[in-house]
Design a protein around this ligand. Structure first.
Ligand code: ZN
Length: 383
């Protein structure tokens, strides 16, 4: 097995956590990803990789380090987001303090631990004389926590055969995650003085009908066959706003719906579901009027167990961990879906810890070191 430099990985992770890389779209005072990208770029260049920067928007920097192998072979991208969510309520968000084998701070778990492991894997391969084939691409991307500017830009420039996203999975191998669709429904009424029932049309009451049918749809989703790794689909009425004053009939009511999708459900399928629900309102009451807008759709992700990258990562992890990793699914959406949609066979594996988006966040250092070993061995097997 390749030698993994645990001391290097711990130092790098501590440095990464000490660099503020809060996503500026979540906190306007945050600096963005330039500093952390330059840190990763400098470290990977001194390990022997070729480094390139991408800046889809000013200050939103993604770095890609390329380590060519010593023989022809496949290309593998290791992908981690370098941005974090905000630090509201945290005592010492950039401490990088180590206690009892845990490294603390914003992003330690989600997902600078994964990024440090990737850097440790590239360094191990470089130190061993790049015995792999093809090439390894290490990508530390911007903006995953908001709109995935970084990976969206990346898939326009790189076409790796496979990708491993190192979002935390407690060293299990994640083969699927959910997607989501955001919809906005606006019911139309007619404003009138509150005493003039003969003139007013109440948009809020009409939205009530929509909500009742959405509630029935939500129960129906629960009855459908769940996905074996990510469970059933779901939806919720996330925000609701209608009316302008007590003595006025509401002219409009706006509802934002989030529909969480499972592998096999497409954008068209879930949009049609809502469209049909609105059409039924018109059938019942021809005066019913509503508009539907699709705000954002992120596809679910799934990779088969027998995909070459899954087999390589499973074999590598079994060797490094001394146990066969479990195959799991996760509910949150990840950049994995974008890489898979761009044609890279993609799988997810990351470190152990707790506190993603919470007030106390930590990652287990031993799991970060082990993850580096799994990634490096998988690269040797796959590339
Ligand atoms: Zn994450």
């Amino acid at each position: 097995m390749l030698a993994i430099d645990g001391g290097y990985i711990t130092r790098v992770l501590q440095d990464l956590v000490r660099i503020n890389s809060v996503n500026p779209l979540l906190d306007p005072s945050a600096p963005g990803e330039r500093e952390i990208a330059e840190y990763v770029g400098a470290a990977m260049a001194s390990a022997g990789a070729q480094v390139r920067y991408h800046e889809p928007r000013p200050g939103r920097v993604t770095v890609v380090a390329r380590l060519r192998g010593s023989k022809p072979g496949r290309s593998l991208m290791l992908n981690a987001h370098a941005d974090t969510v905000d630090v509201g309520g945290m005592d010492d968000p950039f401490s990088g303090e180590i206690r009892n084998g845990r490294l603390y701070g914003r992003g330690a778990f989600d997902m600078k631990g994964g990024l440090a492991a990737m850097m440790g894997a590239v360094k191990a391969l470089a130190d061993a004389g790049s015995p792999h084939g093809g090439e390894i691409l290490l990508a530390a991307v911007a903006d995953e926590e908001y709109a995935s500017l970084g990976t969206e830009e990346l898939v326009r420039h790189y076409r790796p055969d496979a990708a491993i996203v190192t979002e935390p999975t407690a060293l299990d191998v994640c083969l699927a995650h959910k997607g989501f669709a955001w919809f906005e429904v606006t019911t139309r009424g007619r404003a009138a003085h509150g005493s003039r029932y003969d003139l007013g049309i109440d948009a809020n009451m009409r939205m009530g009908r929509v909500l009742a049918d959405l509630d029935a749809l939500e129960r129906d989703l629960r009855g459908r066959t769940p996905h074996p790794l990510v469970g059933p689909p779901s939806l919720h009425a996330a925000t609701l706003a209608g009316g302008s004053g007590l003595s006025t009939y509401a002219a409009g009511c706006r509802l934002q719906i989030e529909r969480r999708t499972i592998p096999g459900e497409s954008r068209e399928m879930v949009t049609d579901e809502v469209r049909r629900l609105l059409r039924r309102q018109v059938e019942r009451d021809p005066s019913f009027q509503a508009d539907l807008e699709v705000l954002l759709v992120r596809e679910p992700f799934e990779v088969p167990e027998d995909a070459a990258i899954v087999r390589a990562l499973t074999e590598a992890s079994t060797t490094v961990l001394g146990r066969r990793p479990a195959y799991v699914g996760q509910t949150p959406w990840m950049d994995a879906a974008l890489l898979a949609a761009a044609g890279a066979e993609t799988v997810v594996m990351g470190a152990t810890g707790e506190g993603a988006h919470a007030k106390e966040e930590w990652v287990d250092l031993a799991s970060v070191h082990q993850l580096a070993g799994c990634l490096a061995e998988a690269a040797l097997l796959y590339c």
